[in-house]
Ligand binder design. Structure first.
Ligand code: OKP
Ligand code: ZN
Length: 343
């Protein structure tokens, strides 16, 4: 399988994130992509290609233009106020507050985000639009007839909704890819999110639509980030009723429970008669992941790849999370090798 990769991910290098009540070195760091790419090369997965530039209209099929414009300008508005360090919001409009966009950049950061753990840096915008190009070039590869493609996106995307960022995500690479597949001829697209965290952004983007079916296996929101979405009773609304599926699992869950959820999700995707599949590929389900609480082991990822391959669908894998930096290469590429082996 081909890998699409851009060096531009390096432009997004946050120094510190607010985690566990203190500022710590950001876990979503450039070396994550380096580790995965090194493993792609080590196993000879396939060629590694650079993405081509795609029009902004593809982004605006998913994200609100005002939000995209905010992301583009955020760093210059932040530095115009005399600050040179990474930008973080500090408060949010919870119950009873007004929903009006402030003029001040600090207020805008709050307005367009949902957490204090996703720094905006000098290069965040460039890195984020290049990650979208990595995803959209993956779509081009599928449309040219490939069975599968690996879009090595960084920063990740699945927490980003139509008009807000959070969870290290700014533009929703997987959602933009799914929409592009729809726009270029696929009648039904499924998005399977196997990242440890619920893909709240992707879910919300497609929640009222039947043409993109979103499924996610993740830490129970009663215990885990992003806390306020990802329950099993979220099944879609309006035209999207019955086209959303969540598999929340408790802390400590191992591959027995996890793979049972995967098998159910694959049955749903198969019954849906999807024309194409986008996999939000996070490997933070790993037993040694520093911020997660599932217990998957490296060989389990081969089995995940084989199970997904059995769907026999054109499949785009978009990189999401995974923070056990020494092992994320092996684990992510195990999914892809398992897929190739069974395809
Ligand atoms: C992004 B992706 C852990 C704090 C977690 C945000 C996690 C974002 C994960 N105590 N903060 O889904 O891997
Ligand atoms: Zn995650």
């Amino acid at each position: 399988m081909k890998t699409i990769y851009s060096e531009d991910h390096r432009l997004h290098h946050a120094r510190l994130e607010l985690i566990d009540g203190t500022l710590k070195p950001a876990v979503e760091m450039p070396s994550r992509a380096d580790t995965v790419l090194a493993r792609v090369r080590e196993v000879g997965l396939g060629s590694v290609d650079t993405p081509t530039r795609h029009p902004r209209t593809a982004i605006e099929r998913v994200h609100a233009p005002a939000y995209v414009a905010f992301l583009e300008q955020a760093w210059s508005l932040w530095t115009a106020t005399g600050r040179a360090h990474d930008a973080l919001p500090l408060n949010w409009p919870i119950r009873g507050f007004r929903g009006r966009e402030p003029e001040a950049i600090d207020g805008k950061l709050s307005y367009y985000s949902f957490d204090a753990g996703s720094p905006i840096t000098a290069g965040t915008w460039q890195a984020a639009i290049s990650a979208v190009d990595v995803a959209l070039t993956g779509v081009d590869v599928l449309n040219a007839g490939a069975r599968s493609v690996f879009s090595l996106c960084r920063p990740p995307g699945h927490h980003a909704a139509a008009d807000y960022y959070g969870g290290y995500c700014f533009l929703n690479n997987a959602a933009i890819a799914a929409q592009a597949l729809r726009d270029q001829g696929a009648a039904r697209v499924a998005i399977l999110d196997v990242d440890y965290h619920h893909g709240n952004g992707t879910q919300s983007i497609f929640y009222e639509r039947s043409d993109v079916y979103f499924l996610s296996i993740h830490g129970d929101p009663l215990q885990e980030f992003p806390y306020f979405l990802g329950y099993a009773d979220e099944l879609g609304e309006a035209s999207g009723q019955g086209f959303n599926r969540n598999y929340p699992l408790r802390w400590g869950s191992g591959f027995d429970l996890w793979s049972a959820a995967l098998k159910d999700a694959c049955k749903v995707i198969s019954d849906y008669r999807a024309d194409a599949l986008v996999v939000s590929l996070g490997v933070d389900t790993f037993e040694k992941d520093p911020i997660s609480q599932f217990k998957l082991k490296s060989p389990d990822y081969l089995e995940i790849g084989r199970t997904i391959a059995a769907l026999k669908l054109p499949t785009l894998f978009a990189m999401e999370g995974g923070y056990a930096v020494a092992e994320i290469g092996v684990n992510a590429v195990n999914v892809l090798s398992g897929f190739d082996e069974a395809a």
